[in-house]
Write a protein that binds this ligand. Structure first.
Ligand code: PEP
Length: 258
């Protein structure tokens, strides 16, 4: 059975002192409840704080990832970070295709696919974010949109590489809005993604974790994580509050048995 995963996307938030407080409290809570036995937990700080968070979590089961990477290898790309650099500073995963990057920073389908490939080559776990806009949902295009996003991102990959992905279904209308997909709405899309994964073999479908993201909080997490094809969450705002993030990790630890 897939181990549940909770990933905290700090977005462009944090300062050295607050990061220390947040990580210290989260680590203490995870240890107190032995949560990492049942759930994998990752945090994705802004890149300038990756080294700080990596140092603070080195002896723990909390992993660190990056929010973005450059699709190219080291070289003349001012302001960018390569996959190898992220590995060098202790990242094990990277977010790719987050809707904020797709909407504001030009991460189109081709670039998303190149970033996924670059991450895999360097040994990082790509957390591939997918999701429809409100207009697309209203036009009943949700399943076709996520199908297109998924297929174009994995088009050039070999089977063992697809197995190394984590998917995050994040309806754009639910990110940072306080409006969450209902567990049934989310499950429908997750089940569809599972069918797409099964086209590459049942073991791919059984292995790849599909997270839900979009205004997950301490109150709604349990109902979402109880769904058959929801393997945890990608958490934005609530990952900045240790108490809420820990409650979400607790809900993920209970998962489908809840
Ligand atoms: C996100 O940024 O991936 C996210 C899901 O944000 P929020 O939880 O704040 O909606």
């Amino acid at each position: 059975m897939r181990k549940t995963l909770v990933a905290g996307n700090w977005k462009m938030n944090g300062r050295v002192v607050q990061n220390d407080e947040l990580v210290t409290t989260v680590l203490a809570g995870l240890a107190e409840q032995a949560l990492t036995e049942q759930v994998d937990v990752m945090v994705f700080p802004p890149s300038v704080y990756i080294a700080q968070v990596e140092a603070a979590t080195r002896e723990s089961a909390l992993s660190v990832g990056a929010q973005n990477l450059c699709e190219f290898a080291d070289g003349a790309y001012t302001g960018e970070l390569s996959a190898e650099m992220l590995v060098d500073v202790g990242c094990s995963a990277v977010l790719i295709g987050h809707s904020e990057r797709r909407a504001m920073f030009g991460d189109d389908e081709q670039r998303v696919a190149e970033k996924v490939k670059a991450a895999l080559v360097a040994g990082l776990t790509p957390v591939l974010c997918l999701g429809e806009s409100l207009e697309q949902r209203d036009a009943e295009q949700t399943l076709s949109v996520v199908t297109e996003q998924f297929k174009s991102a994995v088009a050039g990959l070999k089977l063992p590489e697809i197995t190394r992905l984590v998917l995050a279904y994040e309806p754009v209308w639910a990110i940072g809005t306080g409006r969450t997909a209902t567990p049934e709405q989310a499950q429908e899309v997750h089940a569809h993604l599972r069918v797409l994964l099964a086209e590459y073999g049942q073991s791919v479908a059984d292995t790849v974790r599909v997270l839900y993201g979009g205004s997950v909080n301490a109150d709604n997490a349990a109902a979402l994580f109880a769904q058959q094809d929801i393997d945890g969450g990608l958490i934005g705002g609530a990952s900045l509050k240790a108490k809420d993030f820990l409650a979400i990790c607790q809900a993920a630890a209970v998962g489908r048995d809840g």
